[in-house]
Ligand binder design. Structure first.
Ligand SMILES: [Zn+2]
Length: 358
């Protein structure tokens, strides 16, 4: 199972970028790939048909949120996340670790797992490496992530070291549990180690040694300056095997994507494209624009002159600005669609140029 799930089709001559294919239970994924985040079994304001039209190949779901509501039992009854939300393409689910540490209070880490209180109703929960695999099995996720501890930024070395060691222990346990019965689901390893290069190296070496079908760079995009994030992307990626997919967690702004792809990253997820859209920010070739700006009041041009998405084909900046100011739901839909289409197309374009050696 851990073999041949990923194929590198072409390596760039000009950078460390590569184009490949990742094989999953719900079909192949062309990489590099951007994965929109569907926290509550939906990418906010978009139907799954719209996502497909925008060229989305794989969605990300959040184990923390889904396990609290609607709950793993219900998803299991529906045969998994795919049929529940009407999405027949691949799904990647995170381990929930990140949300336990960012959303829930009263959390307590032991060697066995993490206990916490639901941010919804205060009920007590306990995640172990095995439990988190079982949850993701109920979701029928194509790609699962193991329970980990994501250190905040900034963070003292002592604490990062502790977090890293627990992460390694949990990932080993998750890996052993998953190997007993893979159920055609992939499990990726996650590298932690905060902003300490020696720890990053130790973490990468240790995780790679556990031999997962793919590897993720965790613990970045947690509030550090962009130059530090880029430094740690470059540094960490070089320790990951060339023949396995590399996933950079939580990063997905156009400018960060281009950088990371050049360094050899294959997969990305980020809530930013849809979250920004809901706040009126849209991506264009000239950078991010705020649709609320007065200058767009009577602007007949589309958001982006070259974008071929539905929103840019039929609607003006003036109309979108009007919808946004009037707090109309359609503003969210049309701008979210554009941002997802924009990022997806950008990554696809880069993939094309890797394959064409340009
Ligand atoms: Zn567009």
């Amino acid at each position: 199972m851990a073999k041949d799930v990923f194929k590198v089709l072409k390596k760039s001559k000009y950078s460390k970028a590569r184009a490949g294919i990742l094989f999953t239970a719900h079909g192949p994924v062309e990489t590099p790939v951007f994965m929109p985040v569907g926290t509550q079994a939906t990418v906010k304001s978009l139907t799954t048909d719209m996502l497909k039209e925008a060229g989305v190949q794989v969605l990300l779901g959040n184990t923390y949120h889904l396990s609290l509501r609607p709950g793993a039992e219900l998803l299991k009854e529906f045969g998994g996340l795919h049929s529940f939300m009407n999405w027949d393409k691949p799904v990647l689910t995170d381990s929930g670790g990140y949300q336990v540490f960012s959303l829930s209070n009263m959390r307590k880490i032991t060697q066995e797992g993490v206990s916490f209180k639901s941010h919804l109703d205060g009920s007590k929960k306990f995640f172990t490496p095995e439990k988190v695999i079982d949850l993701q099995r109920s979701f029928k996720s194509d790609i699962m992530m193991p329970l980990d501890v994501c250190s905040p930024y900034p963070c003292e070395r002592e604490k990062v070291l502790l977090d890293m060691n627990i992460t390694h222990k949990w990932e080993r346990a998750a890996g052993e549990y998953w190997r007993k019965n893979t159920m055609n689901q992939l499990l990726f390893g996650i590298v932690q180690g905060g902003m300490y290069k020696d720890l990053r190296e130790i973490s990468a070496r240790e995780i790679v040694q556990m031999d997962f079908p793919g590897y993720a760079i965790g613990g970045l995009s947690v509030g550090e300056p962009v130059d530090i994030m880029e430094e740690y992307i470059s540094f960490t990626v070089d320790f990951l095997p060339e023949d396995k997919p590399r996933y950079l967690m939580g990063v997905g702004l156009p400018e960060n994507l281009e950088f990371a792809i050049r360094k050899g990253v294959d997969m990305f997820d980020c809530v930013a494209p849809t979250r920004l859209a809901r706040h009126g920010h849209v991506f264009t070739k000239e950078g991010k624009k705020n649709i609320r700006n007065k200058e767009f009041f009577d602007d007949k041009k589309p958001i982006d002159l070259e974008c071929r998405c539905y929103t840019c084909k039929y609607y003006s900046r003036a109309y979108l600005r009007h919808l946004f100011v009037a707090k109309e739901i359609l503003a969210m839909v049309l701008m979210s669609y554009h941002n997802i289409y924009y990022v997806t197309s950008l990554v696809k374009e880069i993939r094309g140029s890797i394959l064409a050696e340009t």
